[in-house]
Design a protein. Structure first.
Length: 378
C-alpha cells in the first residue's frame, strides 16, 4: 500500500514538474503556434516536432507520458523515469528514416505493454514525419521513427503522430552517420533530453496519463465484449455444422461436402479459372483465415492493414488438379459449380497433416471451409 502511495505521489510530482518545464520550454520557441510539441535534444543538435494529439490521441498520450515519466502502465523498471532521456537512435538508414525509443538499443526493447494503431489522415508524405515503429498490428510500444523522405508504403502500417517543425537539418545529419551491422550507428546518437512543450489552452488541457489510462480501461471492456461475441459465433458455427452434416456427401478420399445453396449450374471447364471466396476454421470453430471482411469482423480478426491492401477479396484459381491448394480444398472446389456455396469437412490427411501450418494450424488438425465459387475469371 505504501509503495502504491509513494508511486502515485512520485508521478504527481513529475506531472507538476513537467508542467513547469513545459512553460520554460514554451518561452524558448516564441514563434511556434499553439499546439503540443516534443523537443529532442541530441548530441547532434535539437529537433522539435509538433504532435498530432487530435489525430492520434492515444499514441501521443503514450509518447508524452513516457517522455515525462508519468506513464502508469510502464514496466516497474522504468516507472517514474523520463523514459526517453539517454536512449539512442539505434537504427539509422540514409534516405529512409532514423529510429529511436528503445531503452535496450537492440530494436526489441519495449515499455512493458503494447497498444493499438491509430491510422489517420496524416501520411508519410515528406521528410520529418514522426511515426510509430512496430512489428505488426497493435504492437506499438515506445519505439518511433522520423522519415528522411516520403514513404507512402508505410501509410497503412504505421501511426503518424507528429512532424518536425524545427531541426530538419539535424535529422538529415543523423541519417548520414556511419553505421555498422543492423544499421546501428558506429558512434551513439543520444537523445539527451526529450521535453514536452505545451502552447495554448487546448494543449495544456491534454492530460496524457489520463488519456492513456482511459484507453486501457476501454480496451478491457472491448475485449470482454469481443470474447462474448466470439463465443457466440463459435457456438453458432458448431450448431450449423451438425445440421449441415445431415446432408453431407462423403467422398472416397474422406472429404465431406455439403452444398448449402446452388448457383447458376454452369460447370467450369478444366481450362477455366474460377474466383473463390472462403472462410477456414479449425474443427472447434476457430476462424484462421477468410476472404470475407464481415466474417473477420464477427470473429474479431479483422485487420485494417489487410483491408487497406484489398486483402479481403476472393481469389482466382485454376479449375483442375494442378490447383495449388491443399488436397481437400481442391477436391471440394472441383465438385462445385459457379455460384455454389458449400461447407467442406476436410480431414487432416487432406489438409496440412502431421506438420500443421506454422502457429495457425496445429498438427493433425481437421479443417472446415465455407466455399463459394463466385464466378469464372474473365
Amino acid at each position: 500500500m505504501m509503495n502504491t502511495i509513494k508511486q502515485t505521489m512520485k508521478i504527481f510530482i513529475l506531472a507538476l514538474m513537467a508542467t513547469l518545464t513545459s512553460s520554460c520550454q514554451e518561452n524558448k520557441y516564441p514563434d511556434l503556434e499553439d499546439g503540443l510539441y516534443a523537443e529532442f535534444v541530441t548530441n547532434k543538435g535539437t529537433m522539435v516536432a509538433k504532435l498530432h494529439y487530435d489525430l492520434a490521441p492515444v499514441t501521443v498520450a503514450n509518447f508524452v507520458s513516457l517522455a515525462e515519466g508519468t506513464n502508469t502502465k510502464v514496466d516497474s523498471t522504468y516507472a517514474g523515469q523520463k523514459f526517453y532521456n539517454g536512449t539512442t537512435f539505434h537504427r539509422v538508414i540514409d534516405q529512409f528514416m532514423i529510429q529511436g525509443g528503445d531503452p535496450t538499443a537492440t530494436g526489441s526493447g519495449n515499455p512493458g505493454y503494447k497498444f493499438k494503431d491509430e491510422i489517420n489522415e496524416a501520411k508519410h508524405d515528406k521528410p520529418g514525419i514522426l511515426s510509430m515503429a512496430n512489428s505488426g498490428p497493435a504492437t506499438n510500444g515506445s519505439q518511433f521513427f522520423i522519415t528522411e523522405k516520403p514513404t507512402p508504403q508505410l501509410d497503412p502500417k504505421h501511426t503518424v503522430f507528429g512532424e518536425l517543425v524545427v531541426g530538419l537539418e539535424v535529422q538529415d545529419s543523423i541519417s548520414n552517420v556511419k553505421t555498422a551491422r543492423g544499421d546501428k550507428p558506429v558512434n551513439d546518437v543520444i537523445i539527451e533530453e526529450l521535453n514536452i512543450i505545451r502552447k495554448g489552452k487546448d494543449a495544456k488541457k491534454f492530460d496524457a496519463p489520463k488519456v492513456f489510462d482511459t484507453y486501457f480501461v476501454e480496451l478491457e471492456e472491448e475485449n470482454k465484449v469481443a470474447a462474448e461475441k466470439l463465443a457466440k459465433a463459435k457456438a453458432n458455427f458448431l450448431e450449423k455444422n451438425e445440421a449441415l452434416k445431415a446432408n453431407m456427401k462423403t467422398f472416397p478420399s474422406g472429404l465431406g461436402l455439403t452444398i448449402i445453396s446452388e448457383g447458376s449450374g454452369i460447370e467450369p471447364k478444366s481450362t477455366d479459372k474460377v474466383i473463390i471466396a472462403y472462410a477456414g476454421y479449425l474443427a472447434d470453430g476457430t476462424l484462421f483465415d477468410t476472404s470475407y471482411a464481415e466474417i473477420a469482423k464477427e470473429y474479431g480478426t479483422y485487420d485494417e492493414r489487410r483491408a487497406a491492401q484489398n486483402g479481403y477479396q476472393p481469389f482466382p484459381m485454376v479449375y483442375n488438379e494442378t490447383a495449388t491448394l491443399i488436397p481437400g480444398f481442391r477436391e471440394a472446389m472441383l465438385n462445385m459449380k459457379v455460384g455454389d456455396k458449400a461447407r467442406a469437412f476436410i480431414p487432416a490427411a487432406l489438409a496440412y497433416g502431421a506438420r500443421g501450418a506454422g502457429r495457425v494450424i496445429p498438427p493433425n488438425s481437421d479443417l472446415v471451409f465455407d466455399l463459394e465459387i463466385v464466378s469464372l475469371q474473365e
